[in-house]
Design a binder for this molecule. Structure first.
Ligand code: HEM
Length: 431
């Protein structure tokens, strides 16, 4: 059996959408597969539901901290190596030692890339603001925002769905939670686009663009901090500035990295799921009709959209010691990539997994991850998605594509850049 035609390292192979056929092939033919891609990166691909859970729930074996959570990038590593050579061999050794000891990959003290016990302490700082109970308090406001977003397009009978509908709700909500002033919100949007779109030539050149975008976000973090340093309020930025971990406040870099994580994670993913969800409903008019006839199915439709087109294609872990999955020997320091779209279509768990079924039950998809790093924003994202589809389904009637869908060139995020949609014009809501 050869799987050498599969190349998950080239973002071009994701331009027409997630390469589900390849991922299904991997899961069925060689579920723990050593993949060598055209970029020069090599890593294990874990594609079964059970195995994704095993890897995610064992941070002591599969670390997020040792080498971060991104796909290995030989070009970036080469750039860093050359840079280090210029600095002298001592610099390289010091950097390698730092990495091996689990210091921040790329210098980012970011919770997503930490292991316990440090991870737990960081997560605790903000956890309370994301509990289902806390988030449910935001529901009336989130529903009001969703209504006004759909009000903004409903009379026109057409819109550019990604910017006019999908992006707005997550952007406004996370910025409000962070205490970002209104005039800065669209810059947060631009910067997080550039951070996620590092493989898309339209959004920037390569990893250096990502570095520039992070600098932009750090500047924004500093500006927002000024508002709340002396005058803390009930928002996440104030918590990050004033709460402490074991008696110590976050350093400037820790604060800025946290700010960046919350802004980017709170923005891109929910927007992506909203856009892909709209496309799925347009492509499956029978399923859309089920929702129009019975809106009580919208919560299960949201779960099915999450399962069918997860926002994140993969995250990475690094083996901390030799271990085995399904009889395959994984050596210490091997990169292990967990592929969410593959796990979500595992026939051993999901009946007829290729069928998009808005009434699917049970639906134990893994799109929010599981274990130590289970998505902090899952309850918030679910609320936002339910609120927006509760407005879209009854009010944007008979939707169809009004032009080509332009997708993000990325093997990390299942993003949509542009999706013109037309529908029957309707009335603004009374409120
Ligand atoms: C539909 C929308 C979303 C999806 C599909 C999603 C997906 C994920 C996934 C798969 C992870 C696990 C990462 C890992 O295991 O390494 C994660 C973590 C995370 N997500 Fe989300 N996410 C979404 C929305 C949000 C929102 C709205 C926020 C709000 C701030 C958020 C904040 C985070 C944070 C902070 C983490 C890191 C948690 C940790 O390291 O403990 N996410 N997300």
């Amino acid at each position: 059996m050869t799987l050498s035609h599969i190349d998950l390292t080239n973002p071009d192979n994701f331009l027409d959408g997630t390469p589900h056929e390849w991922l299904n092939e991997l899961r069925n033919e060689d579920p723990v597969h050593w993949h060598e891609g055209s970029s020069g990166a090599a890593f294990w691909c874990v594609t079964k539901w059970e195995d994704l859970r095993h890897v995610s729930r064992n941070p002591a074996l599969f670390s997020s901290q040792r080498r971060g959570t991104n796909m290995p990038n030989p070009r970036m590593e080469e750039m860093m190596r050359k840079h280090a050579e210029q600095e002298g061999a001592a610099g390289v050794m010091a950097e390698m030692q730092k990495q091996a000891q689990g210091a921040e990959p790329g210098g980012f003290p970011i919770m997503l890339m930490m292991d316990p016990p440090r991870h737990v302490k960081f997560r605790r700082l903000v956890q309370r603001s994301f509990t289902p109970r806390y988030v449910s308090g935001l529901e009336p406001h989130i529903r009001e925002l969703a209504r006004s977003i759909v009000d903004g397009v409903v009379e026109k009978g057409s819109c550019e769905f990604v910017t006019e509908v999908a992006s707005e709700l997550p952007l406004q909500v996370i910025c409000e939670m962070m205490g970002v002033p209104e005039e800065d919100r669209h810059e947060i949007f631009e910067i997080s686009n550039r951070m996620i779109g590092f493989d898309d030539p339209e959004l920037g050149e390569d990893q250096s663009e990502r570095a520039m975008a992070s600098i932009g976000m750090f500047a924004k973090a500093t500006k927002v901090a000024e508002l709340y340093r002396e005058n803390p309020q009930e928002n996440l930025t104030s918590f990050l500035l004033h709460r402490d971990i074991d008696g110590e406040k976050l350093s400037e870099t820790e604060y800025a990295a946290f700010f960046l994580l919350l802004c980017v994670a709170g923005n891109e993913t929910t927007r992506t799921v909203t856009s892909n969800g709209m496309k799925l409903l347009i492509d499956h008019p029978d399923q859309l009709q089920r929702l129009v006839d019975d809106p009580s199915l919208i919560p299960s439709a949201v779960e099915e959209i999450l399962r069918f087109e997860p926002a994140v294609h993969h995250f990475r872990r690094t083996a901390t010691q030799e271990t085995e999955i399904r009889g395959r020997t994984i050596k210490e320091d091997d990169p292990v990539l967990i592929w969410y779209p593959a796990a979500n279509r595992d026939e051993e768990v999901f009946e007829d997994p290729e069928r998009f079924d808005v009434g699917r039950h049970p639906n134990e998809h893994l799109s929010f991850g599981i274990g130590e790093h289970f998505c902090l924003g899952a309850s918030l994202a679910r609320l936002e998605l339910n609120a927006i589809f509760d407005e879209i389904v009854p009010r944007l009637r008979n939707p169809e594509l009004a032009g080509p869908v332009r997708r993000l060139r990325s093997n990390f995020i299942n993003g949509v850049k542009e999706m013109p949609v037309r529908f029957d014009p309707g009335k603004r809501s009374a409120s």
